[in-house]
Design a protein around this ligand. Structure first.
Ligand code: 5GP
Length: 203
């Protein structure tokens, strides 16, 4: 049986771990990798554009997606829904493309149940202090929201042991190298190269 399928990479990390900046750099470094655009019900922030990282939809629309089984996973975070539409992910994998899904720890656990053959990476801030500073510097959230996000961050970090890899985002270029390294290494796995081996043997 030939194995030409793409790979699903789950990336998680608490708010303030710097994973968004890291992902922007990842898509420049590995441009052929696809990104799954989440559907969410949180209001759009000033610096965001629809269809870039998120599609902003209403609660009713989201609940219809749940009802119609259109989501690979979903979760509620601070009162809003966040979910991964199933169809684009399945299409990418079937086309042989690697795809990155950025989800929280609960979403990651759901995906591992549905797609066991995936690779998960947890982005860790170098310290709690660094996390606090980054959340404040971002300036997009009230003090109360920042506090809520910090508490969520601690809960998420407690579950980092569910992941295959950890990337510490202290120096962004080092973190990028580590992340790219994980993706490259995964592409060298034997089960991802069976078609090549078989092709050589057939000749
Ligand atoms: P933010 O509101 O800061 O953009 O994201 C809040 C949290 O939602 C982050 O932990 C982020 O990883 C997570 N998140 C983003 N998209 C999804 C998704 O599609 N599903 C789930 N379960 N979490 C998501």
């Amino acid at each position: 049986m030939l194995s030409n399928k793409g790979r699903l990479f789950i990336i998680s990390g608490p708010s303030g771990s710097g994973k968004d900046t890291l992902l922007v750099k990842l898509f420049k470094a590995v441009p052929e990798i696809k990104f799954s655009i989440s559907s969410i019900t949180r209001p759009m922030r000033e610096n965001e554009k629809p269809g870039q990282k998120y599609n902003f939809i209403s609660k009713d629309e989201f609940e219809n997606m749940i009802k119609n089984n259109e989501l690979l996973e979903y979760n509620q975070f601070l009162g809003n829904y966040y979910g991964t539409p199933k169809a684009p992910v399945i299409k990418a994998i079937e086309n042989g493309d690697d795809i990155v899904v950025e989800v929280d720890v609960n979403g990651a656990a759901q995906i591992r149940n549905n797609v066991p053959d995936c690779t998960s990476v947890f982005i860790l801030p170098p310290s709690l202090e660094a996390l606090k500073t980054r959340l404040h510097d971002r300036g997009t959230e009230s003090e109360e929201k920042i506090r809520e996000r910090l508490l969520c961050a601690l809960d998420e970090i407690k579950r980092a042991n569910e992941y295959d890899y950890v990337v510490v985002n202290d120096d962004i270029d080092t973190a990028l190298n580590d992340l790219v390294g994980i993706i490259r290494l995964d592409r060298l796995k034997i089960d991802r190269n069976l078609d090549l081996i078989n092709k050589i043997l057939e000749k």
